[in-house]
Write a protein that binds this ligand. Sequence first.
Ligand code: MV4
Length: 658
Amino acid sequence: MFRKILIANRGEIACRVIETAHKLGIRCVAVYSEADANARHVHMADEAFLLGPAPSKESYLRADKILAIAKLSGAEAVHPGYGFLSENEGFAQACAEAGVVFIGPPVPAIAAMGSKSAAKEIMTKAGVPLVPGYHGDNQDPAFLQQQADLVGYPLLLKAAYGGGGKGMRVVWNSGEFAEALAGAKREALNGFGNDKVLMERYLTKPRHVEIQVFADSFGNAVYLAERDCSIQRRHQKVIEEAPAPNFSAEQRKAMGEAAVKAAQAIAYQGAGTVEFLFDEDGSFYFMEMNTRLQVEHPVTEMITGQDLVKWQLLVASGQPLPLTQDQITIDGHAIEVRVYAEDPEHDFLPATGNLTYLRQPEASRYVRVDTGVVENDEVSPFYDPMIAKLIVWDENRDRAIARMLRALDDYRIAGVKNNLNFLTRLVEQPAFAKAELDTHFIERHKESLFAPGQSETEQASLLAALYLLLKERSDNVDDQSPWALCSGWRLNEVPTVSFPLIYQDETRLVSVSSEGKQLSLTQQGVTTSATASLQGDELQTNLNGHQVKVRVSQYQDIVSVFIKHQRYDFIYQTQVQVVVDDSASAGSLTAPMNGTIVAVMVEKGATVSAGQTLLVMEAMKMEYSIKAPKDGVVDQLFYAAGDLVKDGAQLLDFTPAD
Ligand code: MV4
């Protein structure tokens, strides 16, 4: 086994690889860009080297630098993770030439799968089923039209060197073909520098089912069940699960054996994935083979109990596969969702920013979180905005869904827009429970997936106000200053304290008054009686007899209330108006709480009018304006800016005009 490896990647997959390597006693060398100097993968590694500036081209794609670092650090092998250099033939070749083991398939196997049409040619010869179509070299438009008419419609044009669904065109009838062909060729040339296309019968409602395969250098090859990855949007997987629902043992075996045949046809070694389209009638067709460890490998690990990174390390170091086909069994059901920094409400625009608050569900035998970030990390615009993969396992699919919903509830992120709420809606879809899966799932259910949720803004703003109130109180209690000896807030001396909270550009005013522990909240004329306690980020409240427990986080002036996987962000304006009760203030004005005088707005002897601000006080992060209750004269001022005042202290002498 290797003593030391280099991980040529970042984020969750770099962390994932380091975890297994460390379990096996292997030292890890990380590489990082300037944006990742403090990243989790760097901290987890035993040593780390700077590659260069943040853009991938200047860092994680610098094959030359990475190899030089491998040599320099004495790493015997390089794990490329997924993305970046993982399927780069040139890099795998350069590793071989430098005497560093590339933890992946042999160079010719990567090369064989690089061209879709060449891959299909190989698979045809190997007897792996393909969608009927044409994928030959003759690209003459008239010839292709002829072939298209033979294949029949609807038909799909694909770029031979394409990927990710780019350069695909559906052709519904013969008359549309010529124009679609020209378009597909143009797109293929622009996108992939080669205008070769292939065509296939178009399957209108397929499932994406892929097989995990593994092969060693002794000619052994096995499959580790399948994954259903049908729930995608724009060729980005969103949910993956294993095993594929409603799959018979016979189907699993047939597809698994076809995948192994595919791997053997290209003398594969290491971890690979063979993708199939699975048609409604139960037939399946080879689509492509991914020559890397995939993002969604954890669902396979959860149902097989195997560590696929360990398998990769074993095979790459020249050892045989740890299990034979007969020894590989599946147990239960696993589901993975990809937690992304993105805005589902705005066409899934990638989001960036600081993860000001990040709470993950607790890991257990049922719940796994694969992530490369920690609280306060930045989601930068330079890389894939995936925050984490949330994976659950249970005895069956129904229970796994329940686990997932609970885990999503326990996942809380503030500071960056994310898809947690969208994922919850997906997993909650009745059609998902019924496993009515195909590649059009999201499109088909978009109405309910994007319907405006039942808004609980009213309740959220009450909770935000309660949080701020209790936070203030506990901050005062924790205070080591002499103020801590005083009774803290005596809210009953404040006729009304208002919390102005801005929610989606609208200000909501929540007024709070208290009598001992009993609080009274008023918002838009509606009064709610409440009691509340705050422990860390957990706010427990009783609102008109309904006990609720929610989590609240605050970052600077943003207060985030989490109610049922929905996040409500309020901007808390710290300028607060204290409406002083007339009768109580005849002759003098007193401090409504312990605090600091921020500004004295009038001079001794000044004639003032009712409502005019006389003093501004600050208590924790809030400012309070002390206003003249009536027209009158300020006879005496007792404090200056910067002075500390105690709750109840007389601030000034005031003589009303009448
Ligand atoms: C297809 C197809 C229907 N019929 N081929 C999309 C990405 C590329 N790897 C293959 N893709 C498809 N090929 C035939 N003959 C439908 C898709 C497809 C798809 C496949 C898997 C997962 C999601 C998809 C979303 C749209 C289209």
